[in-house]
Write a protein that binds this ligand. Sequence first.
Ligand code: L98
Ligand code: ZN
Length: 417
Amino acid sequence: MNVLLLLGLVAVALADVTRFYGEKVFRLKPVLDEHVILIKELASSIEVDFWRPESVELVTIDINVDIHVPAAHTDMVFTMLQQSGMEHEVMIEDLQATIDAQMDNKDISPRSHSYTKYNTLDDVEAWISSISSSNPDLVSKQVIGNSYEGRPMTLLKIGKKSSSSKPSIFLDCGIHAREWISPAFCQWFVKEALSTYGSDTQMTSLLNQMDVFVLPVFNIDGYDYTHKRDRMWRKTRSRSSGSSCYGADPNRNWNAGWCTTGASSNPCSDTFCGSKPESEIEVKNVADFIRKNKSIIKAYLTIHSYSQLLLFPYSYTFQLAEHHSELMSVAEGASEALRSLHGTRYTSGPGAATIYPAAGGSDDWAYDLGVKYSFTFELRDTGRYGFLLPVSQITPTCEETMLAVKYITSYVQKNLY
Ligand code: L98
Ligand code: ZN
């Protein structure tokens, strides 16, 4: 073995990597006020990582609550749940085992990029360069700014070259670091667009008439951190003054009812809204780009996981959006298209009423800016694996999501003029 490789392996082994042996994910089903109180008490006495909903503030009666509990407290939580009479189940017995099992296909060439694995940030960056240089007629790239840790945020523009600017769709993935299926989808989308242009009539027509801006990994610092240090990280990696905690939630940091509901002003919370709207540089970079190109951006699509939902504004208020019925029918059509392939069922509706109110999200912000077709996807699954969706589900998930995305883009295209 070469010395550099050996040194590299030792460095990785010594690095501060969080492991999750014996940690569990419970699903709790509160149906009484006492149950909700119990969950809140639990969250204030021990460290609980909320998977769904994303923070303790969002826990209410009659919604399932998925929580990740450290090994030291699993017995206590289990006893407490038995005594409370609250319905519950263990979704994941051993989080580390499930993390290890996620890589269930041990790809042929694990050191390089593949559409059927969860690529590291380095692999995604190398892929961005190679895909754009090998498809100069259809792809161009631009850096829209740097992340907090100084990484360039590269945006791909996919579409037939034109001398004038074309109506466009903005698609982003990886706002939340641990939702790994999301960047996998953006990469899949680019591959499909390029490989079916010229043969698939729908894709050909789309890329002739419109451009699709694709941001493959929005929260690049966070994504890198989930690969190297802590698989369960969600937020950005910024430092805020007066706290030792890192990061803000990049989907609570937009100027849309900012921090009024379903977000936290505590920098240690996973739904910390940041010190002000667009305090997170990644959010500001994307918001600046969309503002600057607002006259050509006709749709905003953002990919998250998990829960199998297709949501549209509003999430910061229960008020219905001006275009509610049109958005509802587009979402239902897209969900039907998605389901036609592998039978996967999605629920659609406005965010606040369908899941819970949560302000400061990118979908609401884009909609209020005037981007009418604004949708948030929550991809597979419904909690069996949660964020740890096995590699073997990347292909079916991306295939079915393509159908929903293409349904929306076709609809937008038909309604351009
Ligand atoms: S993980 C994605 C999740 C979410 C946000 C929104 C799901 C559906 C819609 N939109 C919103 N404006 N809150 C979340 O960010 O918590
Ligand atoms: Zn998310």
